[in-house]
Design a protein around this ligand. Sequence first.
Ligand code: EPU
Length: 341
Amino acid sequence: MKIKNNVSLSKMNSLRINATAEQFAIVERPEHILQLISSKITQTTPYHILGDGCNILFVSDYLNCLIIKNNLKTKMNIKDCGDHFNIIASSGFEFDDLLQHFLKYQQNNDLRIYGMENLAKIPSQVGSAVVQNIGAYGVEQSDFFSQCKAIDMNTGIERIFTASDCQFKYRSSLFKCIDNQYFITEVCYSIPKGNSANISYPELNRKFTIGKEPTPSDIYSAVAGIRQSKLPDIKKLANAGSFFKNPIISIEQFSKLLLEYPNIPNYQADERIKIPAAFLIDNCGLKGKKIGDVGLFENHSLILVNHGNATGKDVLLFANEIIHTVKNKFGIILEPEVILI
Ligand code: EPU
């Protein structure tokens, strides 16, 4: 496996930041990870594991580090395990390929196995989906996560992580907190056979007729349609999905907000309340704001877009201004969902 120098990452991040990696390696088999570890480069040089780059902001133009690109795509299996199905996939596959593979399997075998279809069309690799604990339309990947295999970058030893080992939270996991110590190589999802359709999310619910249960494929198509109508296509307009997390606030803080904004959408999050960051941003009058080539997407204020040649610093400055404005008006501090490098 070759390590290249001065590799442009502009086509490897969906915000299309024109950053350059001082060193760059592509991992296609788990042995490549072990080669990197035994060469000692990962002990002497800072490194970062890169998936599809759909949830990342390269802040510097030049990254004095080794970027390790995940291209592990050797395994994608479905196993009937009696009361559930296991889907086992290498971490470098597109998460959406995994969903489509399972839907095709269901169609070929005349099955209706509900669960993962709500996660349609999220741009992410399978490994990054675990790191970020991706979620949408009432489902998080952690709801179906069974276990993953990961290589410890310090020792080269493979370890199995169960769902509780992963400490999944809203858009977070152990792997996100201990950045890059483990390279996830393979993920196993377990989907029970007895689930019914999860169309409780109001926007999704409106797409279906009451009393007629849609198939998993129907739900997949409906979610894909909603996403397409609201979110910019990364192939046409550079962005990294939701740039900020939705803040989770106390019940007291929420009650105060309700007085002024009785229509604020809200979701229970354990003992606290999750509210849409986009609502706060809009109510600061920031909808459609643009500085140079960076802007808020006009149809959805949680999406920062690069209209052309924005640098990582431009995007960061813009994001900080949004955080500052929202904090001044609401006393709520927005946290980026994207990982900053
Ligand atoms: N809203 C606004 N202004 C806008 C857009 C939305 O005020 O410009 C308000 C609306 O009232 C709307 C509410 O925000 O009802 C929620 O909006 P939406 O349903 O689009 O969801 P979101 O909270 O912005 C989250 C996830 C998305 C996921 C959707 C659907 C986060 C940070 N984002 O977005 O995930 O697709 O819910 O479940 O949790 C991602 O993580 O990259 C992502 C796209």
